[in-house]
Ligand binder design. Structure first.
Ligand SMILES: C=C(OP(=O)(O)O)C(=O)O
Ligand SMILES: [Mg+2]
Length: 571
């Protein structure tokens, strides 16, 4: 467990409350809450008296200066690429043309907050009209607008808090842009009111190795400074925890860490049944930690990061360079590259149609290759070029495969590029139910439990309010996993799981019992999974899988497996 300030050792008070949510990661952390500040709301417009214009204009200019200084300060604190982004934003805030425009608007009678708001909006419109690179900067301007409006009203800057000590970050929800600058040394744990087990926050928490509780609606009432204990294993946030509860959680974390440290190397059950343990990789900044992890390679290399925030696909050179960097880091190990998975929760303007009414059911994943085969061809060519003189064992798989014909066509394309190993992701129930037919058309299957849950339960994976359906312990989801795993075994094709389900050590036992041969998860989760597997035989795993399948719902499945497992492994 990680602790922040001494506030955590506060004696138990009658204010102690336990807030329930969805736990992510097995660890816990205690510390004071710091909330993500919301964008400031514009006050009602005021007419400025001519006599007050100079003071109003000075207030607006001071707000801009404060925003620029704050961004420069943050840039100096973070360094690297993030610093450049922040410095560029600070320069925009300090632009004299902008200050002049704000001055003119105040002189025309606008109050400082509205003058700032209008000036940024006008600036935004001209950048948008310029198109290309300039148009991509509008999000930065929106951020500056929110910051200036907050500054002029004396409110906290929107975005990540900076309380000056380690803290538990509490937010309604976290977007990728919110968390790009998140410093794991300062943030002890994440708590969000919304979001489900496959939300961005849950995935990010695992990448950073932070405990988290998502979908915790009651966290809306948490205020800055409140001491809390975040328990990722239990899925609870305890307010004003008593020292014994904090100490117990810390001792449990320590036992878990010790258990994980005792086992290393390839994944095995207690009786030696091999289960490949692989890492998920979603962006190059994650590469060092991923390569350093004790794993047999990458089970899911999400390539979308190369295509995000741009107007057209990355060039062949850029792609080849990125793939080669990853292959070199994993020389001697397996790397499963997933081809572009655009659409639904991963929209890309140049690939996906903006007018689909149900994008999750639309042209996404491999289906985008029907409309734009060149995009897939170019990606396969780049993967093949990067794979040419690499020591890595390169596998390629397609997302959102629904029917065997798609798997066959994909395999043919992959082989035409000289790549040997082609696979299909099992993410829709149709693919799981007919996994045998799919498996015959390719070399391996990889089950994406995040999407498989979404489609099996008709529950949008981005909606925290539907989190119970997205729970990977749902017996119906496990039934689909069993069908796919058995189909793979019948055709002698390996079947892995690369969705978030693989990161849960107890669920990993069930997946292995269902016949899954590899598990791919965030690097920080592999130690616990390895240790838990090592404490159970394959027969144990099969017995636990039976208990989970027989349970009426996810909660009962979890409880049955917990009660039926080797307790010492759970600490
Ligand atoms: C691994 C998966 O892919 P993604 O989360 O990237 O959609 C999945 O759907 O489980
Ligand atoms: Mg998916």
């Amino acid at each position: 467990m990680t602790t922040g300030t001494t506030t955590t050792a506060a004696p138990a008070t009658s204010a102690t409350r336990v807030l329930d949510g969805i736990g992510v990661g097995g660890g816990s952390a205690a510390g004071p809450v710091a909330r993500m500040a919301q964008p400031s709301v514009l006050p009602p417009p005021r007419t400025v008296d001519p006599a007050d214009v100079p003071a109003e204009a000075a207030a607006a200019r001071a707000a801009l200066a404060r925003v620029a200084a704050d961004l420069e300060e943050r840039a100096a604190a973070v360094g690297g690429d993030a610093a450049q982004v922040l410095s560029a934003q600070a320069m925009m805030a300090a632009d004299p043309t902008l200050a002049d425009q704000v001055g003119d608007l105040v002189a025309g009678g606008a109050d400082a907050a509205h003058a700032l708001d209008n000036a940024f909006r006008a600036f935004r419109a001209s950048l948008e009209a310029a198109g290309g690179y300039f148009a991509e900067r509008v999000a930065d301007l929106d951020d500056l607008r929110h910051r200036s409006v907050a500054a002029v009203q004396g409110h906290a800057m929107p975005g990540l808090p900076d309380p000056g000590h380690p803290y538990i970050l509490v937010a309604e929800d976290l977007a990728p842009a919110d968390t790009a600058l998140l410093d794991p040394a300062e943030v002890l744990a994440l708590v969000t009111e919304r979001g489900g087990p496959t939300s961005h926050t849950a995935i990010l928490a695992k990448i950073l190795g932070l405990p988290a509780v998502v979908g915790c609606a009651a966290a809306a009432a948490l205020t800055d400074g409140t001491p809390v204990l975040v328990d990722g294993a239990a899925g609870t946030v305890v307010t004003d925890p008593d020292p014994d509860t904090v100490a117990e959680a810390a001792a449990r974390d320590e036992r878990r860490r010790e258990a994980a440290a005792r086992v290393s190397g390839p994944g095995r059950t207690a009786d030696g049944h091999a289960v490949k343990l692989l890492v998920n990789l979603g962006a190059l900044p994650e590469l060092d930690a991923a390569a350093a992890a004790d794993s047999e390679g990458v089970g899911l290399f999400r390539t979308e990061f190369l295509y995000l925030d741009r107007e057209q696909a990355p060039t062949a050179e850029e792609q080849t360079g990125a793939y080669r960097t990853v292959f070199d880091a994993f020389a001697g190990r397996r790397v499963v590259v997933r081809t572009l998975d655009a659409g639904a929760d991963k929209p890309l303007p140049f690939v996906t149609a903006a007018d689909e009414q149900n994008p999750a059911l639309g042209v996404r994943g491999l289906r985008t290759a029907r409309r734009d085969p060149e995009l897939l061809e170019a990606q396969l060519a780049a993967i093949a070029a990067a794979a040419q003189d690499t020591e890595a064992d390169v596998w390629v798989m397609a997302p959102m495969v629904s029917v065997p014909g798609e798997a066959a066509e994909f395999t043919a394309r992959v082989r035409a590029h000289g790549l040997r190993t082609a696979g299909a992701m099992v993410e829709v129930p149709a693919a799981a139910l007919r996994a045998k037919d799919l498996a015959r058309q390719c070399d391996f299957l990889s089950i994406g439990t995040n999407d498989l849950a979404q489609y099996a339960f008709a529950a949008d994976r981005t909606l925290g309010t539907l989190a119970e359906f997205l729970d990977p312990w749902q017996p119906a989801l496990l039934e689909l996993v069993r069908t796919a795993a058995q189909a793979g075994a019948a055709c002698d094709r390996p079947v892995g799981v690369c969705g978030e389900a693989a990161a849960d050590p107890m669920l990993a036992l069930v997946l292995v019992g269902l016949g899954v041969s590899s598990l791919s998860a965030a690097p920080s989760c592999l130690g616990d999974v390895r240790a838990t597997l090592a404490a159970h035989s394959l027969d144990d795993c099969r017995r636990l899988a039976g208990l989970a399948l027989a349970a009426p719902d996810a909660t009962a499945a979890r409880a049955a497996v917990r009660d039926g497992s080797v307790r010492e492994a759970l600490t």
